[in-house]
Design a protein around this ligand. Structure first.
Ligand SMILES: [Zn+2]
Length: 261
């Protein structure tokens, strides 16, 4: 069974603060290690569940977060910036998808580091009128290719967001947010053990969890944090300025609508 694993950094166990998600601080280097170990746990669990041909996407910021020489040897990895798509390779015939280290959508109270795409520029996103974050977008894009989303790890609110979208999805709560930048943390070893175990369980559900599909054609509305971001969007066919801060992007399906951004 071919498995696509998407990753982000904000939902990894132990990651809370700005200095952990970028820059050149020792804390960011520690966070990279924590992410890499969660990836390895997911790969181990997936292999135990019958996976082969695992592709793991390093999705945070410029896609250079994994510590390459510490990665599990039985998977392949997408890394680096200026990609052809948000989740490159997702359309290459996978049978299940997992999302490790993910965060809740912008505006979720009690979530750790909630945001959608950009804390600086984005206020929110709606897909066909439904408020969504990156978990929803991942699920919808996987659904476009007929791939079920079977496992999510992240803070408690991120897991709740996934469960609302995808009935039957397995989840691993890495931390329970007390505020945007504080949480009650599960220990790193326990998080890795849970990811390993539930990745195996999740792959057993690949035939029963339905792919999450959104109706077509698709409209993605992005409300930016101020009008300046919307002013910079050139209006061409497929894009419409809705109001000062909001632009609608349209396409025949969710993947192509997102390419309009
Ligand atoms: Zn991120």
């Amino acid at each position: 069974m071919r498995v696509f694993i998407a990753t982000d950094l904000e939902g990894v166990g132990g990651v809370l603060l700005d200095e952990q998600v970028g820059g050149d601080s020792p804390e960011y280097q520690r966070a990279r290690h924590l992410l890499t170990e969660e990836v390895n746990a997911a790969v181990e669990g997936a292999l135990a569940g019958g996976a082969s041909g695992i592709l793991v996407d390093d999705g945070h910021a410029t896609g250079s977060n994994f510590i390459f020489d510490e990665l599990h040897s039985e998977a392949r990895y997408v890394m680096g910036a200026a990609r052809p798509d948000w989740l490159p390779g997702l359309g290459e015939g996978f049978e299940a998808s997992c999302f490790i280290g993910c965060h809740a959508m912008a505006g979720t109270q009690g979530a750790v580091r909630d945001h959608t795409m950009s804390s600086v520029a984005w206020h929110g996103m709606w897909v066909n009128g439904k408020a969504m974050g990156e978990i929803g977008l991942w699920a919808a894009m996987a659904g476009h290719y007929g791939v079920p989303c079977v496992l999510v790890s992240g803070c408690e609110k991120a897991c709740e967001e996934a469960e609302e979208l995808v009935p039957g999805i397995e989840t691993v709560v890495t931390k329970k947010g007390m505020s945007r930048y504080s949480a009650i943390l599960e220990p790193a070893e326990k998080v890795r053990a849970m990811i390993r175990e539930r990745a195996t369980t999740a792959l057993g559900k690949a035939k029963t969890v339905a792919p999450y599909r959104v109706a077509t054609p698709v409209e993605i509305r992005v409300e930016y944090n101020n009008a300046g971001y919307a002013d910079e969007v050139r209006i061409i066919p497929g894009r419409e300025r809705i109001d000062a801060r909001t632009v609608a992007y349209r396409g025949p399906n969710v993947v192509e609508a997102f390419r309009m951004l």
